[in-house]
Design a protein around this ligand. Structure first.
Ligand code: ADP
Ligand code: MG
Length: 249
């Protein structure tokens, strides 16, 4: 059974008087990889940041496994558990530069999850192996390439055992030759059944890996369908012109 894991309901977000998200509605089911596309400035990052509780909502609600994160009366412990269900990957990696790769991987595990240092290191090493960086535990982030840094960032997020991974343009800061090593890791996560929401301009990847594609523009989700249908027969004129434009790039 594919249960709902994230429900975004009538989400509204304003910055000052600037209405960015007008009425956003979608559901992410367990095990789905969903790609979120749309023009620059359409609010894709803001949607992910709302799900990760990095923004206050102007209106609407976001349920994680049926629990309302913004519920004022929510128990602190429950809120912490809910927040641990999502892990976010940013365009610029956000690794701690003064810490080794392994320390980057163990910090939140030991501080937030209260995992023992030994166990955290074991988990960290297994995840480094998994992203193809088993020999980089003692390296510092600055000695790594962009693609390697992003793979460390993915391993770090996975170390917290999230239920959903939120990717915000994970390859857009990378040199072209490093894009595929990161997309390959993401593809293998999707194949293993990780639930993922992926903001990306990599349309080929979205087409191959995503179960669904959401197109956001003008504060609304204008498409929510299979990649085939969104890319090959979009229902909205704005989707068509967006796709025409990026295919020309
Ligand atoms: P996208 O990721 O689709 O490019 P964003 O979610 O980053 O779009 O931004 C959507 C809009 O919200 C942009 O116009 C941006 O300038 C504005 N915005 C984002 N964050 C803030 C903020 N903290 N304060 C004010 N405006 C913001
Ligand atoms: Mg963005």
């Amino acid at each position: 059974m594919k249960g709902k894991i994230i429900e975004v309901i009538n989400l509204k977000k304003q910055f000052g008087n600037n209405l960015i998200l007008d009425d956003i509605n979608f559901t992410i089911n367990k095990g789905e990889a969903v790609s979120l596309i749309g023009p620059s400035g359409s609010g894709k990052s803001t949607i992910l940041r709302c799900i990760a509780d990095l923004e206050t909502l102007t209106g609407g609600k976001i349920l994680i496994e049926g629990h309302n994160l913004q519920d004022k009366g929510i128990d602190k412990k429950i809120k912490k558990e809910l927040l641990l269900k999502t892990g976010m990957i940013f365009q610029n990696f956000n690794l701690f530069p003064h810490m080794t790769v392994m320390d980057n991987l163990t910090l939140a595990q030991t501080k937030v999850r209260k995992t023992s240092t030994d166990e955290a290191k074991k988990i960290g090493q297994a995840l480094l192996d998994r992203v193809g960086l088993g020999d980089k535990a003692n390296a510092y982030p600055d000695s790594l390439s962009g693609g390697q840094k992003q793979r460390v960032a993915i391993a770090r997020a996975l170390a917290m055992k999230p239920k959903v991974m939120l990717f915000d343009e994970p390859t857009s800061a990378l040199d072209p030759e490093m894009v595929s090593e990161v997309l390959d890791v993401m593809k293998s996560l999707a194949e293993d059944g990780m639930t993922m929401v992926i903001v990306t301009h990599e349309m080929g990847f979205a087409k191959k890996v995503a179960d669904r594609v959401l197109f956001v523009d003008g504060g609304l989700i204008l498409e929510d369908d299979t990649p085939e249908r969104v890319f090959d027969s979009p229902t909205n004129e704005r989707t068509k012109s967006f796709l025409d434009k990026i295919l020309l790039d």
